[in-house]
Design a protein. Structure first.
Lengths: 578, 337
């Protein structure tokens, strides 16, 4: 029997423990730090003050960063959609020769992103990058900073952000009922008209959703502007980082973070509203799988093929160069010349043979593994309780657990730093800032909404009758959970763990605020390697880190998406034959 | 054996069952029949202990069972979608309840083998995963799992609805035979009138949470006590008041032209009956004939009133559309409400 009474929750000791831990976690790490940040900004001396606003208005750098952030977000909303929709169409909609290979090239950003991607582009096209050095050999007067500022940030972030299109828009496209396309063709519509009038309108809600996500990514961008923005193109997030380092400008950092948070909340609210009024994909009881469309016009077909492969080169080149450079010493990269002799395993030997060099990698693996495991195990119980007991109390808890979803990571990290830099009763009077635990807490916080949503959906997808069947056969709630429900949700939990692990491995946004100096994670080490010519030795090491990251992430992505993707393709092939 | 005593079930503002009084006898195959949303599954789930009634009491073997948790009621249940545990093998599914009761392995094996034999599952099938079985085999597993604990009552919630027509007919015979062999009191939920009529000892017809009639299949079919039961069970002609008046003048003096009047299709004969006493003869034009294999259905226009007749095949030559037809109706077979 499903129950909605909150009193019935209290009959189970397990539920009571889960509820108590959840309430403590929400109060301590989700509400208290953000409230502290707000109070510290607007009530610095116990009275309402708008001093932070005045400081913001009078700071040219801060105002510029606000303008740059919105400019970047607006630009990305256009460029990412153009590239992303093109990628989805050439890999999933049109019959393009070698579409699988193209997909692999475009999917490279699934296995490297954030600081790793920005550093990779910097090492290839930046001031001391291989391409810049190679071209400099022929044209010594070249502007060595050609790949920096607004242009470089837009290019890198455009390529990095199309992953949303590949994952979400691609799956939406697959849900279009092919019979609607056949019906349109039967009525005389051509390829372009079908695309414009049938396919794209069906994808409109998802395009809107990924546009909002892209806009938010641009708004909160940290790594690309820091590594490639140069002095002239800094956005809100790097400014927050800069201002937070001085106590005199911490309120300004907090205000910028709050502005970022408010913009995020408004945009996500818009997205939710659009989702609710959205047009959905198929009204057919049995949707026919989509079949790839031939482009009948030879010239158009040729142009689309050329563009698709040109884009493939743009995506694949950095990955191939990173793998190649991981075998080169930094002087060869600096000279812009590659010889057979320069290819060695020395960099790998250095990474695996020198504990201090391997340390950031190990630190990140440990942090990511711990955070991923803790959040998934914790949310397994929380999701179960929220799904089983639907009442105002659990409803409120669920809303509160989604706080990290609407707040940028930088804001969460800054709030944690500013709150736990003094003893706090909620954590037993401990000071957490400067300890190794605060970064772990931050990682757990940022992964809660994603994990909770997917696990709750996994529990909800288990037919209610299974639990009823177990109950009528005499099984208690723990026995049912262990023997019936967990085996069914564990595959989802494992996939979430892998995805969480991947996304935390090269984190920079939270780490830069919260890392322990003796336990530098990978993101911090990679960022350090991009700073100036003196760090060129560490450039080669970063290439090795990147290759290792790509292997781990590629493996995790294959385990999560690869096998189900193969099953989908088999189903599609069967449908096209049948 | 089972008694629903003034049971009321509410979900928030919605009342699914306003007041249910019902008795099921020991060893009886009792069916709750009705359209979707009529409250029959709610009544079954209340009996199973999945829903707590807002008012009333359920008695099992004379003992109040309303507050008893489902596992203490000694009921086995087969769900509409079978609710087999997908992560377990067929054997593990059937043995689940025994494992919960910490039954010894040897005894579990013997009990599983015994019930598997009764529902015609092979030892090879026992080691398979449930997803490897056909719909019919999965249904057998669900029945075996429900029966292995030897419950006093078996509850079946539309267990045949996911099967194809031929298998459905085959399995309902097997299910009825199994119930008869075990002598287990069975409460069966279905919206399929044919299933209800062929399998049940008694039927309760539900409409909007209310029991319209309880009776044997023959009583339900031939002596429907309400207009809803009459129209829900079996195919019917609704007679116009003009036609009823004509029948009244022709000899059906007990008929009331102002009442809703119904006549079953098979009660309309196209051949003069052997005993024509009391039978009224009408004439009409055949407008349509549908062939169903064992019988045909004719639609006949009797001066503006359309009447359908069910005629077994193998008798007189078929009447093509447009031909004249003689209809013979016994006014006593007309049901009025």
């Amino acid at each position: 029997m499903r129950t909605s009474s909150w009193r019935s929750m209290l009959r189970s000791p397990l539920v009571v423990i889960v509820a108590l831990v959840t309430v403590w976690f929400i109060a301590t790490f989700l509400i208290f730090p953000n409230a502290t940040l707000l109070i510290g900004t607007f009530f610095p001396d116990g009275q309402l003050s708008f001093r932070a606003f005045e400081k913001l208005a009078s700071s040219e750098r801060a105002m510029n960063s606000l303008w740059h952030s919105f400019l970047l977000a607006g630009t990305l909303a256009v460029t990412v959609n153009v590239v992303g929709i093109f990628i989805v169409l050439v890999t999933d909609y049109f019959a393009i020769r070698g579409a699988r290979v193209l997909w692999l090239g475009y999917a490279t950003t699934l296995i490297y992103g954030g600081i790793v991607l920005a550093a990779g582009y910097n090492f290839i096209y930046g001031r001391y990058g291989f391409v810049t050095n190679a071209v400099g050999n022929w044209f010594p007067d070249i502007d060595r900073d050609w790949f920096s500022g607004y242009f470089a940030v837009v290019v890198v972030m455009t390529l990095a952000t199309t992953t949303n299109h590949m994952l979400f828009l691609g799956s939406s496209l697959a849900k279009i009922d092919y019979q609607t396309i056949e019906a349109a063709r039967n009525m005389g519509a051509g390829t372009l008209r079908i695309l414009w009038r049938i396919v794209l309108p069906a994808l409109r809600p998802m395009i809107f959703a990924v546009t909002v996500l892209t806009f938010l990514t641009g708004l909160g961008a940290l790594t690309a502007p820091i590594v490639l923005g140069g002095t002239d193109f800094q956005t809100i997030a790097p400014m927050i980082l800069t201002f937070s380092k001085s106590s005199s400008s911490q309120d300004l950092a907090a205000l910028l973070a709050i502005i970022l948070g408010l913009a995020t909340i408004v945009l996500l609210a818009m997205m939710n509203r659009a989702e609710k009024s959205g047009v959905y994909f198929s009204v057919a009881k049995v949707a026919t799988p989509l079949q790839k469309q031939k482009i009948p016009n030879q010239v158009t077909n040729g142009v689309v093929h050329v563009l698709a492969y040109a884009l493939f080169v743009v995506y694949a080149t950095p990955v191939l160069l990173i793998v190649l450079f991981s075998f080169l010493d930094s002087t060869a990269i600096l000279r812009g010349m590659i010889t057979w002799d320069a290819l060695t395993l020395d960099n790998y030997a250095t990474v695996f043979g020198t504990p201090s060099v391997l340390r950031p990698f190990v630190v990140s693996v440990v942090y990511s593994a711990l955070a991923s495991a803790i959040v998934v195990i914790g949310m397994l119980f929380v999701a179960r309780v929220l799904q089983k007991y639907r009442n105002p109390v659990t409803g409120l808890l669920e809303y509160l657990l989604h706080i990290p979803w609407i707040l940028p990571t930088i804001l969460i990290a800054l709030a944690l730093v500013m709150t736990f830099d003094r003893p706090q009763a909620l954590v037993g009077g401990q000071v957490l800032t400067g300890t190794t635990s605060l970064l772990l807490v931050a990682y757990i916080i940022v992964k809660i909404p994603f994990t909770l949503r997917l696990l709750k959906a996994a529990f909800a997808s288990v037919p209610e009758s299974l639990e009823d069947a177990a109950r009528i056969l005499g099984a208690g709630s723990m026995f049912t959970l262990r023997k019936v429900l967990f085996p069914l949700v564990i595959p989802t939990a494992a996939a979430i763990t892998a995805l969480n692990f991947n996304s935390l491995l090269d984190d920079y946004d939270a780490a830069v605020f919260l890392y322990h100096p003796l336990y530098q994670p990978l993101g911090i080490a990679i960022k350090a390697s991009t700073e100036g010519e003196n760090n060129l030795d560490s450039m080669s090491i970063t290439f090795v880190y990147t290759v290792l990251l790509m292997i781990i992430m590629g493996l995790a992505m294959y385990l999560v998406y690869g096998r189900s993707g193969a099953a989908t393709r088999r189903a599609r092939r069967r449908a096209s034959r049948g | 054996m089972i008694r629903f005593d003034h049971i009321e079930v509410r979900f928030g503002e919605h009342t699914a069952i306003p007041k249910l009084n019902l008795e099921v006898k020991q060893g009886e195959f009792f069916t709750l029949l009705g359209p979707s949303g009529c409250g029959k599954t709610t009544a079954l789930r209340t009996l199973a202990g999945f829903i707590e009634p807002t008012k009333g009491e359920i008695y099992i073997d004379g003992q109040a069972a309303t507050k008893l948790p489902s596992e203490k009621r000694s009921v086995g249940m087969v769900f509409q979608n079978y609710a087999l545990f997908p992560s377990m093998s067929v054997y593990e599914n059937i043995a689940f309840g025994l494992k919960v009761r910490k039954t010894k392995k040897i005894q579990t094996g013997a009990l599983v083998a015994e019930i598997a034999g009764q529902v015609e599952l092979t030892s090879e099938q026992l080691s398979k995963n449930v997803s490897e079985l056909s719909g019919g085999q999965q249904q057998r597993v669900a029945i075996a799992r429900a029966l292995v604990l030897k419950p006093r009552i078996l509850l079946l919630d539309e267990p045949l609805s996911n099967l194809d027509a031929k298998l459905r007919v085959q399995l309902r015979e097997q299910l009825k035979n199994l119930q008869r062999e075990l002598g287990i009191t069975t409460v069966y939920v279905t919206h399929d009138q044919e299933e209800a009529l062929t399998m049940s000892d008694r039927i309760a017809v539900f409409n909007h949470g209310v029991v319209e009639q309880v009776g044997t299949p023959e009583e339900i079919y031939n002596r429907s006590s309400t207009e809803f039961v009459c129209t829900f069970v079996g195919a019917m002609n609704k007679l116009s008041s003009e036609l009823v008046q004509r029948l009244q003048h022709g000899g059906g003096t007990a008929l009331h032209p102002n009442k809703a009047s119904y006549l079953r299709l098979e009660k309309v004969s196209l051949q003069p009956p052997t005993n024509a006493a009391g039978s009224i003869r009408l004439e009409g034009i055949v407008t349509e004939r549908s062939y169903h294999g064992a019988h045909s259905t004719y639609t006949i226009d009797c001066s503006g009133s359309m009447i359908r007749a069910l005629v077994p095949e193998g008798g007189a030559a078929p009447l093509p559309p447009g031909s004249r037809a003689e209809l013979h109706i016994d006014p006593s077979s007309i049901l009025q409400y």
